[in-house]
Ligand binder design. Structure first.
Ligand SMILES: NC(=O)c1ccc[n+]([C@@H]2O[C@H](COP(=O)([O-])OP(=O)(O)OC[C@H]3O[C@@H](n4cnc5c(N)ncnc54)[C@H](O)[C@@H]3O)[C@@H](O)[C@H]2O)c1
Ligand SMILES: [Zn+2]
Ligand SMILES: [Zn+2]
Length: 389
């Protein structure tokens, strides 16, 4: 089959690779119909994630048609249409039993590598480096899905693929980000970033009864989407000082809840930060903490910071004194996908939301390497790419 493979920093290609096969009785093989490119894929493309290897197949936002199932996948049969979550979870372990699916303690075969880096291993993820299992991803014609009795959600209605595809990652991720804020009715929620994850965090903040949502980015069409689709007020961080503006907007108190939907490749707004990032990235890419640091500084005393944005290594110069003295709370994590997919599917079916609003680009698999660059460079109004193998 054809698949999008990582070959090095800024180098992804379409390769011919062996078709995946059932390897375990809880596996399924899916023929991919639609597959998203995520901001997390850019961290892999840009070399921010450790232990990615030449030839690894990327992609963790897939859906498609079941081709084959192992003996112990009672809920699925050939021909079923399914959305596959990016987290691989066994359903039985200590963490899965607590619905902490992204912390599954059995699904990462390379747990020892993760343990050395992180202290404990999280779940295996599709298309996400060998530290998180080295599982082949879904930007391909076919995908092997381990624990297929736990992960994939069957779509039985006639909703088009594009309306349900983002149940694979970014809708649940934005939703968990808002939930992790502990929003009280009427709260002001500030969201750093206006990428796809942020767009769903904004929509979800309203679902949790926010009184006001303020979105921060520097890319005009992303800010426009936050305003027009997300009903958010916006701040362009390349034009205004975010701290000053947020204080003005909140009578000097700061937003009650802050969401960092940017992650480890945040851009600095000032020259000093930009120079420091350039210097440190010549040695090895290290996490760029600008959005999280700004959120900590801006958040009101006793407020909450939610971090869906992905980080990989160690953070330099996080204002921990502000975090402690202001009495802030922080929550984070890869999304506990299986907890959210069915309830959020019900919201789509009830017409509460149509997640396809984020899609700006649709491409064939052979054109995906070019689409990675368009998405990375924010060219051509690109906000979300869907690959159609
Ligand atoms: N926790 C999870 O399970 C999970 C799931 C999916 C994605 N993610 C992560 O969420 C993050 C966002 O994903 P995405 O697909 O929306 O990515 P994206 O790259 O499309 O969007 C990031 C946005 O942040 C903006 N930005 C950069 N620096 C900023 C700053 N200092 N202040 C404000 N905005 C800034 C960029 O202009 C861009 O629009 C990534 O880190 C991704 O890895 C996490
Ligand atoms: Zn993702
Ligand atoms: Zn588990």
């Amino acid at each position: 089959m054809k698949a999008l493979c990582w070959h090095g920093k800024s180098d992804v290609r379409i390769d011919s690779v062996p078709d995946p096969k059932i390897e375990h009785e809880r596996d399924a093989i899916i023929r991919i119909t639609n597959s998203g490119i995520c901001g997390s894929d850019l961290h892999l493309l840009n070399g921010f994630m450790p232990r990615i290897e030449k030839g690894d197949i990327l992609g963790h936002e897939p859906m498609g048609i079941v081709e084959e199932v192992g003996k112990r996948v009672p809920g699925l049969k050939k021909g079923d249409r399914v959305v596959v979550p990016f987290t691989i979870s066994c359903g039985n372990c200590f963490f899965c039993q607590k619905s902490l699916y992204s912390c599954c303690e059995t699904s990462n075969p390379n747990a020892e590598i993760a343990k050395k880096a992180l202290g404990h291993s999280p779940a295996g993820l599709f298309g996400f480096s060998h530290m998180l299992g080295g599982f082949a991803g879904g930007q391909a014609e076919y995908l092997r899905v381990p624990f297929a009795d736990v992960g994939p959600v069957k779509i039985e209605s006639d909703l088009p693929d594009e309306m349900v595809l983002f149940l694979s990652d970014i809708f649940p991720t934005g939703y968990m980000a808002a939930e992790n804020c502990g929003i009280e009715p009427g709260d002001t929620v500030a969201v750093w970033g206006c990428g796809p994850v942020a767009q769903f965090a904004i929509k979800s903040a309203w679902m949790f009864k926010a009184g006001r949502v303020i979105a921060i980015d520097r890319v005009a069409e992303r800010l426009a989407m936050a305003k027009n689709h997300g009903n958010a007020e916006t701040i362009d961080f390349s034009k205004e000082d975010v701290y000053t503006r947020l204080q003005e907007m909140t009578k000097g108190r700061g937003p009650d809840r802050c969401i960092d939907a940017v992650g480890c490749e945040a851009h600095a707004s000032g020259t000093i930060g930009k120079v420091a990032d350039a210097v440190s990235s010549t040695v090895y890419p290290s996490d760029q903490m600008h959005s999280l640091n700004e959120a900590i500084r801006c958040c009101r005393n006793g407020g909450t910071i939610s971090v869906p944005g992905a980080y990989a290594g160690s953070a330099d110069k996080v204002p921990f004194g502000a975090f402690m003295n202001k009495g802030l709370t922080m929550r984070s994590g890869q999304t506990h996908m299986q907890r959210y997919m069915k309830p959020l599917l019900a919201k789509i079916e009830a017409n509460e939301i149509d997640p396809s609003f984020v899609i700006t680009h649709r491409v064939k698999l052979q054109d995906a390497p070019e689409a990675y660059k368009t998405f990375r460079d924010k060219k051509d109004g690109c906000i979300k790419v869907v690959i159609k193998p």
